[in-house]
Design a protein around this ligand. Structure first.
Ligand code: 5AD
Ligand code: SF4
Length: 447
């Protein structure tokens, strides 16, 4: 029998991207082959996100579009995995009776087995139970040929129950991965030529809490900092309440820890932060930003902001704007509050209407554009260390890479530089990227 080909379409965050890589690993181990077009696939998996209503709508439309492939190929298996699958479970079949497989967040390790039973039974297979241990947390993935950076899961799940957030319900309770396994995987990645690792988890700062050996996130970062060949460490996501001094100090003394932190603030109003169950105040947040900048003056700080949380007044919103002006984030992701079934905030009074949310999000985005441009312009004339990731999408002659502060830089170079750390002189600043040239002399990165 010829090998079966699979195609994974991924929605959502970096955790989801990595979950797809883990599923691909499980499938290739079982002899399935990846393809990069759904037309060529015998199995199509849609890895879904449920964080906001819009993410769900997108996933449903994509699944609907994939249905047409079944007309040409009746044997095709169409599967839905991840958060939306976890959320809807069996109900999914009512929305989309043509789906063959629904696999929740704790069952990715069974993907090959579940596909086989869907093929044999030709009746839909649903597996969405929660488990005490999420087996896929510990799978080692092999990076694709030529890859420069890789994700590594350090924990999964979340115990925080922010009032708006569906994640604790869909990914379950926090679980930290064993430190020795994390380090072993990273050493293996370094052996494959990986230069940059991003440590992943819903709340990486609480790493170690479910382990018994006194492990901590700061300790983990320091241990990764010792691994030869790994030139850059990043991590995401951090909860401000769990960002301890020892993690902050790692930015000062772990040479390979990049000068960037994504630190979602969500709101600048204490009243709203309290209603969100975030367990810090705007001042607590500003103090952490101060400490980060004391330890590492050029650190890039990015954030998430939700506008229109239930009960958010104009005054609450203006506090968010004040906080933005005080911090001057490098960039941010802004979201209109979206009611999620099962979360505390769905039952809160004083829902904000869509027009007000639209107006507020525009104000946030316009202000952020100014701040981002201000940060990018400040880099003009400097020399930045860039890890070359590959060809630029816009020009054949250009390579693209990132600064340590996670800014995209395009510059003219040759493909043999992929995977190299090079110095680039920044000539021009745009909203989403920088443009530079390689210095001719012996100039070295100023950061
Ligand atoms: N509505 C709007 N934004 C949300 N986020 C999470 N849940 C919701 C929701 N119900 C945002 C938060 C979080 C980011 C990943 O998504 O800002 O940090
Ligand atoms: Fe959701 Fe809050 Fe957990 Fe982040 S910390 S995943 S926002 S519940």
């Amino acid at each position: 029998m010829r090998p079966l080909h699979f195609y994974i379409h991924t929605f959502g965050c970096q955790m989801n991207v990595h979950d797809s890589e883990q599923m691909a690993e499980y499938l290739t181990r079982e002899g399935y082959l990846p393809v990069d077009s759904p037309e060529l696939a015998d199995i199509i998996l849609v890895n879904t996100c449920s964080i906001r209503h819009k993410a769900e709508t997108k996933a449903y439309s994509q699944i609907g579009r994939f249905r047409k492939y079944k007309d040409n190929q009746p044997g095709l298996i169409l599967g839905v995995v991840g958060c939306l699958a976890q959320h809807r479970g069996k109900d999914f079949m009512r929305h989309a009776p043509y789906v063959d497989l629904v696999v929740g967040t704790h069952n990715l390790h069974l993907i090959a087995e579940l596909i086989r039973s869907a093929e044999e039974r030709r009746t839909p297979v649903v597996e969405t139970c929660f488990r005490d241990h999420v087996a896929s947390i510990d799978v080692f993935t092999k990076p694709p040929e030529g890859a420069v950076s890789a994700f590594v899961t350090v924990m999964q799940g979340c115990n925080n129950f922010c009032a708006y957030c569906v994640v604790p319900y869909l990914r379950g309770r926090e679980e930290s991965r064993r430190q020795d396994r994390i380090l072993e995987e990273i050493r293996q990645l370094a052996g494959y030529g990986i230069k940059e690792v991003t440590l992943l988890g819903q709340n990486v700062n609480s790493y170690g809490k479910t382990l018994t050996g006194g492990e901590s996130f700061a300790g983990l970062v320091r241990a990764v900092g010792e691994i030869e060949g790994i030139e850059r460490i990043r991590f995401t996501t951090s909860h401000p309440k769990d960002l301890t001094d020892d993690i902050i100090s790692a930015f000062g003394d772990v040479a390979t820890l990049c000068e960037h932190i994504h630190l979602p603030v969500q709101s600048g109003s204490d009243r709203i932060l309290d209603k969100m169950n975030r367990r810090y105040t705007a001042v607590d947040y500003l103090k952490k930003v101060d400490k980060l900048r004391k330890v590492c003056s050029n650190i890039s700080i990015t954030t998430d902001i939700i506008v229109g949380f239930p009960g958010e007044t104009e005054e609450d919103f203006s506090e968010t704007i004040s906080l933005m002006k005080e911090v001057r984030f490098d960039t941010l992701f802004s979201f209109n509050y979206s009611d999620r079934e099962g979360t505390a905030a769905t039952s809160f009074a004083d829902k904000i209407d869509d027009a007000a949310k639209r107006q507020r999000i525009m104000i946030v985005q316009d202000l952020q554009k100014e701040h981002t441009m201000e940060k990018h312009r400040a880099l003009m004339g400097s020399i930045q260390e860039v890890l070359v990731e590959g060809r630029s999408k816009n020009s054949e002659k250009d390579m693209t890479g990132r600064t340590r502060t996670n800014k995209i830089v395009n510059f003219e170079a040759t493909t043999d530089m992929i995977g190299e750390l090079v110095s680039v002189h920044i000539d021009r600043a745009f909203l989403h990227s920088l443009r530079g040239t390689q210095p001719s002399g012996k100039e070295v990165a100023s950061w």
